[in-house]
Design a protein around this ligand. Structure first.
Ligand code: MLT
Length: 312
């Protein structure tokens, strides 16, 4: 008998080379269209491949009775209603390590740009100015970087910061003594990260526990003149509280790649000179996008072929 054919919908921009395993499979028909606006009937889709732009709600899942698996080409699954997926029997897999290096490198690039006012100085020269005084910066050497969330990305960031001879402290409830020793960081509690860091960078997922982790109250406990970075998820830092802390000059500057609502167009934080922003591109490198697309493509294909899902 003929083997069953599967329809895989790729709903977000994804690396084509990485998707080769599904594109070349004779069992799979691949469609590239946003799930919220697809010409393929939702009830014919067996697998859905997404990045962060597609939001998978309970309502959407209920309209996809054939759906077996969602492959998230990236780390965060906060754009998927996980409870609804579980109760509908839909497996959700992600690519937990394909974009680690890219995200850590972007965060470090933001850190270095921030402390030397590189984006602002560049912008002023493009406007025909030659203003050396306005853009005096500071050294990273000997400064303390506080990493909140010491997973893969936090650890890679710490390695880069140590290369610049920074002192790295880390808060993560799951950070063991041996892991901290291995990465040569000092494990501390949240209070200490807040009070001792010259730079604070968050690297946690967005969960009930981490939402608003840096808020009005916790930002008040930071050092006067601290810099704040978020290349993890919008919402870990309360944007309004950050805006106010920068306006009051308590926080000296911030580098933000991710926002509570995306796309973040004309966001209030972009109006502040001390804030540098990028449009959720920390994982946007050719290497990372190939890695994550390939990882989910292989696993989704395996699952459709009857193998158990590894990251379920
Ligand atoms: C991730 O969670 O992997 C990143 O936010 C990157 C992305 O959304 O593509």
């Amino acid at each position: 008998t003929d083997k069953e054919m599967f329809t895989v919908l790729v709903s977000d921009q994804m690396d084509k080379e990485g998707l080769k395993p599904v594109l070349e499979s004779s069992l799979v028909n691949v469609v590239f269209q946003p799930v919220h606006d697809t010409s393929v009937p939702l009830d014919q889709i067996d697998a859905l491949l997404i990045r962060s732009a597609t939001t998978v709600t309970k309502d959407l899942l209920n309209r996809m009775p054939r759906l077996k698996i969602i492959g998230r080409a990236g780390v965060g699954v906060d754009n998927v209603d996980m409870d609804a997926a579980t109760s509908n029997g839909v497996v959700v897999i992600n690519a937990p390590d394909g974009n680690t290096i890219s995200t850590a490198e972007h965060t470090f690039a933001m850190l270095a740009s921030l402390v030397r006012n590189i984006p602002q100085a560049n912008q002023s020269m493009k406007k025909g100015k030659w203003d050396r005084k306005a853009y005096q910066g500071a050294e990273l050497y000997g400064k303390t970087l506080g990493v909140i969330g010491f997973g893969r990305i936090g650890a890679e960031l710490a390695a880069r910061a140590r290369g610049f001879r920074m002192n790295v402290i880390a808060f993560d409830p799951f950070l063991t003594k041996s892991r901290a020793e291995k990465h040569r960081v000092t494990p501390v509690d949240l209070e200490e990260v807040l009070s001792k860091s010259d730079f604070i960078s968050v690297h946690t997922p967005l969960t009930k526990e981490t939402k608003g982790l840096l808020n009005k109250e916790t930002l008040q406990k930071t050092k006067q003149g601290v810099y704040i970075l978020n290349c993890a998820r919008g919402g870990i830092i309360d944007e309004k509280a950050l805006y106010e802390a920068i306006e009051s000059r308590h926080v000296k500057g911030a580098a933000i790649d991710v926002f509570e609502e995306e796309p973040a167009i004309n966001h209030p934080l972009t109006t502040l000179d001390q804030v540098i922003t990028t449009p959720h591109i920390a994982a946007s490198t050719s290497e990372a996008q190939k890695n994550v697309a390939e990882q989910v493509a292989i696993e989704v294909l395996d699952y459709l072929n009857g193998k158990p899902a590894p990251h379920a």
